[in-house]
Design a protein. Structure first.
Ligand SMILES: *Cc1c(COP(=O)(O)O)cnc(C)c1O
Length: 425
């Protein structure tokens, strides 16, 4: 089990037992049993088909939809990180989720958290319900709501390890107990924390899903998703669905994600350290009204979060009390890029109510405590002083604009990086 990490930093150095190794070491060294030459990196097997050893025999691989050596190396690597028996990689996170939803049948029920990633929300409300599956929504961080929703017809209980962007936490172990009593499976979307900080299977979940597009690939240059499970039957069922539906990850993207994962631990650690510093700076900022970050003392359900995850992650939010001010702060940022997603090396800034959550009706957003002036930061691995200065400058510029005044000459408040001056010229 992970040691709770008081300041949210260095979490991936915890004593998490990854086959006797720390996570950082385990995530870096993948095992490639498929390559005959001992290549240090995973070769990209750009082939759709494999030769048969004889007309009546199949070798290790037959057809890349069923399995491909590059994808298989990645799948085995992910399974190892979660102590899972098998992992399966899909073309996107949504493809992985769509496949898991195929496990239910007409007349079955799914109980899902009421605050989910926009894409998942759309899949559940607009697609899965059309298959004749009943969809029940509950706030999964309130166990009583889940107890009331789960019945004998419930086949899946679905939740996210921390909700985006308000960081609501669900007790995975308690939910698993409730679901298992009725024979339902628990699926946890782990994208927000990544495999570096969280292993939901250890807490009783049956299926862990992640969007590989986020922290695992980490460079906004590849898309993917995975499902990992313990137990041979569940693994066989999911492989059957993957091979039948065909939304498998390509060999090239498998390679990119394997490459990204070699620095996963470092990236997550650095981004988290930066997020902590920014959150602490924002708390003291007179224009930031409310700051949401799991690394801040007293944050709701922080203890529960650290019981099941080994770090606070690198996404945080704040309100300013004024939509126009929030918009100007985001627009004025230069180091923070205005784009969606998270988990990449570069820092991002968005107003969720105008982007990722624009499709959620305003009344629902308000009921969920998602105000229009909420600013979300997905923190990357830049020098933290530059990130803080960027926000500071943008706040000052925004206030000057709102007050109709000239922006004051910008004075950096955060430390500047060390500049090397040649000694001998
Ligand atoms: C991004 C994301 C997804 C969807 O993954 P894609 O790779 O974009 O298809 C699902 N769940 C969560 C929590 C995500 O952040």
């Amino acid at each position: 089990m992970a040691e709770p990490c008081a300041n949210g930093a260095k979490a991936t150095d915890s004593k998490y037992d990854h086959h006797g190794l720390a996570f950082a070491t385990c995530a870096l060294h993948f095992q490639d049993e498929n390559d005959p030459y001992g290549a240090k990196n995973a070769p990209i097997y750009m082939t759709a088909t494999f030769k048969l050893p004889s007309a009546t025999k199949v070798g290790s691989f037959l057809y890349s939809r069923f399995g491909n050596p590059t994808r298989s190396t990645l799948e085995k690597h992910i399974a190892r990180l979660h102590d899972a028996d098998r992992a399966f990689c899909f073309s996107t996170g949504m493809a992985a989720l769509t496949t898991v939803m195929q496990m239910v049948e007409v007349g079955d029920e799914i109980v899902a958290d009421d605050d989910l990633c926009g894409g998942t929300d759309r899949l559940l409300t607009s697609l899965v319900t059309r298959w004749g599956v009943a969809m029940k929504r509950a706030n999964t961080s309130h166990l009583d709501e889940v107890r009331a929703a789960v019945t004998r017809r419930t086949k899946l209980v679905f939740l996210e390890i921390a909700t985006n962007p308000l960081l609501q936490i669900t007790d995975v172990a308690a939910i698993s107990e409730i679901a298992h009593r009725s024979g339902a499976l628990v699926v946890v979307d782990n994208s927000f924390m990544s495999s570096a900080l969280s292993r939901p299977l250890d807490h009783g979940a049956d299926i862990v899903m992640e969007s590989l597009t986020k922290f695992m690939s980490g460079h906004s240059d590849a898309m993917g998703g995975f499902l990992a499970v313990r137990g041979e039957q569940l693994a066989k069922d999911i492989h059957f669905l993957l091979a039948s539906e065909g939304a498998c990850l390509s060999p090239f993207d498998s390679f990119l994600i394997l490459r990204g994962m070699q620095t996963l631990s470092l990236r997550v650690e650095k981004a988290q350290e930066n997020a902590q510093a920014i959150a602490e700076w924002l708390v003291k900022h007179p224009l930031a009204k409310k700051v949401f970050y799991l690394g801040l003392p007293g944050f709701p359900d922080r203890d529960l979060h650290f019981k099941q995850c080994s770090g606070a992650g690198s996404v945080l939010c704040f309100t300013t009390g004024d939509v126009e001010l929030s918009k100007l702060v985001a627009d004025g940022a230069e180091v923070f890029q205005k784009t969606v997603s998270f988990g990449s090396v570069g820092s991002l800034i968005t107003l969720p109510c105008f982007m990722s959550h624009a499709a959620v009706p305003k009344a629902v957003r308000e009921a969920r405590g998602l105000p229009d002036d909420l600013v979300r930061l997905a923190v990357g691995i830049e020098f933290v002083g530059d990130l803080i200065n960027d926000l500071d400058r943008s706040f000052k510029l925004a206030m000057a604009k709102l007050g109709g005044k000239e922006a004051p000459k910008y004075e950096p408040t955060a430390p500047t990086p060390y500049v090397y001056k040649p000694r001998f010229q």
